[in-house]
Ligand binder design. Sequence first.
Ligand code: PMT
Length: 401
Amino acid sequence: MPTIALGVTGGIGAYKAVEVARGLQKAGHEVVVVMTEAARHFVGPLTFEAITRHPVITDQFEPGANADIAHIQLATDAALLLVAPATANCLGKMANGIADDFLSSLYLATRAPVVVAPAMNTYMWEHVAVRRNLELLRARGVHVVEPGEGFLACGWMGKGRLAEPDAIVAAVLDTLRRGASLAGRRLLVTAGPTFEDIDPVRYVGNRSSGRMGFAVAEEAAARGAEVTVVAGPVSVEPPAGVGLVRVRSAVEMRDAVMARAKGQDAVVMAAAVADYMPERATEKIPKEAGPLTLVLRRTPDILEELGRERAEGRLPGTLLVGFAAETSEVVARAREKRRRKQVDLIVANDVSRSDAGFEVDANAVVLVAEDGEQELGLAPKREIARGIVDRIECMLGRRKE
Ligand code: PMT
């Protein structure tokens, strides 16, 4: 069974981490505990050592610790890193890349999924700095087990109490299950805008950053899928662990997608593909006193072509997922797009909002399928991606039956 690295930081809830360690063991996992210095004021390492039957890592510079392969290898060996309780200080370090002890260094060094269970005073929990750090971590795919409400150790009533051990264990098991749920599957995801050249200097483009498509790709890769991303000229860095094909125009994107679509389990078109392209001038168009008229021609509709190819039997078994960027009648238009383009699922988003859609880190979408609709409320794009990939997984599962 996989090893779980359990980080324990200095909060009163540290005693509940003992129950968490037990719960993980009962589920069949080896648990290696990493304690911060502050945590040791609340629980002794011996308690964890006796329960887990593994030495507890308490100090990065402890003599002997760095000669022990098991310690050094934890970053690569751990199937998951859980931090419970996670203090405001620990979350701040994780969000900002500070690595000044074993646990914070482990977070940076590991590529395993990460689950945090925060616990702190209500005002600390509500502080804008903590909110922002959690948002950053969520955007990176860190799973947050929300604290509970009630009577806190500091005497206050409110939110901030460490979640119950059972809920933390369940979140870990769920995250592990997702970690391999798309193993053996192949996904092709498009992301970003396309730029349609007017002349060698100017182009027509749109506001897509690539964030949404990359989040879907990252989530699918985290679940073990082999992911290829066809990206337009994006303004953000692509995720690690995916194959990347860079294109510029709608025509280039069409060629890249059609060349790779066959044999994919799913194609997800999150890119904002231009609908029109100008006739490209070979020389820079000189500036004149009067207005300039551009003649725009339709670009190829890639999603529609994929739908047609499948309907005619040339893409058997490939699940087709499109997006719909709308500014009004969002769901009605998405339904119509799904039917017209002959695809399985449309992710509809309202791009007139300033807090969701283009460029920003968050989105709010409705998943429109033949058997109904599901709303995913405003959340970081990585969380929205989790919902989208959950749905894709479910639809792929149904196809297999
Ligand atoms: O990149 P971000 O900044 O994170 O922003 C995310 C997003 C708003 C771009 C994303 O959530 C989104 O909505 N992407 C689809 C944008 C779009 O082109 O929507 P559409 O309604 O115009 O197109 C419908 C579908 O057809 C889309 O899947 C699109 O990829 C596809 N299409 C469109 C035109 C075309 N010529 N070929 C296509 O395949």
